[in-house]
Ligand binder design. Structure first.
Ligand code: EPU
Length: 423
């Protein structure tokens, strides 16, 4: 099993670039299935989830090639309509293929998606939307079959919760449906706007992305295009938290500061000096961070659920008590049990974590529970005195591109050890 070894207790200093957004790249790559012609998607991070998405595209009959950070997809002749269980289990966002395959082939068969175990993560909103757009759905023993042999049609959909994935599936399926689809209470995340920009570049007619009500005017077909994925705001916030937890001074380049609004406010509340320009954010951390009153995760533009775990790790050494309330996923505190091994003082009660800052953390041997929980362990390891070994790092590598290289570039000591012991 591969692992990271961290020699903690060193201030992070310098500059780093942030990768392209995982949560944009994945739905955009799924949407290429609908295009007639080749798509080149630039700034795709080199992470396991992008690899798994390309495997699904190939299984469906596309060619998908990676050249550096560009993934080129040609879906000509892709007639597959089934994603086998092992591929579905690789990641949660495999469910984004639902709308794309259904719209392309009039039929799709998949099993319940896998991914991080951070909650039940049902897909009822996705299925209800497809049903409203004319699909017939049958579910049996974890397998889902949808068909719409006469094609999908536009309709009005009001989401009971602004689900990111359901909004994406509707946008993709609605792009070539007959008529107009409106989505009320749509997700407003920047990754939704990025997907809309990609689809519009391919000839779709989507308006209102990022505003809560989306209108999708169906077109006959989509063509290929070139698109550059937006920067990863979650990875940016993770490196900000690593800088702050080590009392460091770091500039993070290739970001969109507007995507980090409530995150920047929180770092300021903890005593960091934050400066931004149009494409970067600089974190200058004090020797001792202050606690923060209360973080409540919310859909965008609220405080992102994906960032709460890195922030929790950062606050384990702050002066005073901080509280985090997780409102999006019901099981996102697994990492707290591992943080305790570093000497952190945390209590979890249902959806609330209470963190009492301690003066010192000590290196520990820990196991990655999920992607963002793994990021929290990296941060604790960097802030702790002595050696930390993090195992089961596959979860981290699903979403972060070579974090050991980014941290080393900031004078941190972090190595990746392969299964066979090689570096
Ligand atoms: N939900 C339902 N029914 C549905 C869909 C969602 O009850 O049909 C519930 C979920 O169980 C959850 C909440 O609604 O409690 C939010 O789920 P949402 O659909 O918005 O999330 P998602 O599409 O599954 C994406 C990101 C997540 C991120 C969330 C929230 C991708 C690939 N994943 O997940 O990212 O946390 O939106 O912003 O875009 C991560 O990157 O670590 C990650 C988990």
């Amino acid at each position: 099993m591969s692992s990271y070894v961290i020699e903690g207790g060193r201030r992070l200093l310098g500059e780093c670039e942030v990768q392209g957004a995982k949560n944009s790249a994945l739905p955009i790559l799924a949407a290429t299935l609908l295009c007639d012609g080749k798509c080149s998607v630039h700034n795709c991070p080199d992470i396991l989830d992008v690899g798994a998405t390309c495997d699904i595209l190939r299984h469906l009959g596309c060619t998908a090639e990676r050249n550096g950070h560009t993934v080129s997809v040609d879906s000509q002749g892709a007639s597959g309509f089934e994603i086998p269980e092992p591929l579905m289990r690789e990641m949660r966002s495999s469910v984004i293929f639902l709308g794309a395959i259904l719209a392309r082939n009039g039929r799709v068969r998949l099993s319940t998606p896998g991914g991080c175990e951070i909650g039940l993560r049902p897909i009822d909103l996705h299925l209800d939307a497809m049903k409203k757009m004319g699909a017939k759905i049958s579910e049996e023993y974890g397998h889902i079959e949808c068909s719409a042999h006469d094609g999908l049609h536009g309709t009005n959909i009001t989401l009971s919760f602004p689900s990111v994935g359901a909004t994406e599936n509707i946008m993709i399926a609605g792009s070539t449906a007959k008529g107009i689809t409106t989505v009320v209470n749509a997700a407003r995340e920047p990754e939704i706007s990025d997907l809309a920009d990609f689809l519009n570049c391919c000839g779709a007619r989507i308006s209102g992305a990022g505003q809560g009500t989306l209108t999708i005017e169906g077109v006959k077909k989509l063509s290929g295009c070139e698109h550059t994925v937006i920067p990863d705001r979650i990875a940016a916030a993770t490196y900000m938290a690593a800088a702050a937890a080590t009392g460091g001074h770091v500039r993070i380049d290739n970001i969109i500061p507007a995507h980090l609004g409530p995150v920047i406010d929180l770092f300021e509340e903890a005593g960091c000096r934050i400066t931004t320009d149009c494409k970067s954010v600089t974190v200058a951390a004090p020797k001792l961070l202050g606690s923060v009153k209360m973080i409540r995760t919310m859909p965008y533009p609220g405080f992102p659920t994906d960032i709460h775990s890195p922030i929790a790790a950062m606050l384990t050494k702050a002066k005073g008590t901080s509280v985090i309330i997780e409102t999006i996923f019901e099981n996102r505190f697994k990492y707290t049990g591992e943080l305790v091994r570093f000497g952190a003082k945390l209590r979890v009660d249902g959806r609330m974590a209470v963190i009492e800052g301690v003066p010192v953390l000590h290196g520990a041997r820990v196991i990655t529970p999920d992607l963002r929980g793994g990021a929290a362990l990296m941060i604790a390891g960097l802030a702790a005195e002595g050696e930390t070994v993090i195992t089961d790092i596959k979860h981290i590598e699903r979403g972060y591109e070579s974090p050991e290289k980014t941290i080393s570039g900031l004078s941190g000591l972090m190595r990746r050890i392969d299964n066979d012991g090689s570096e």
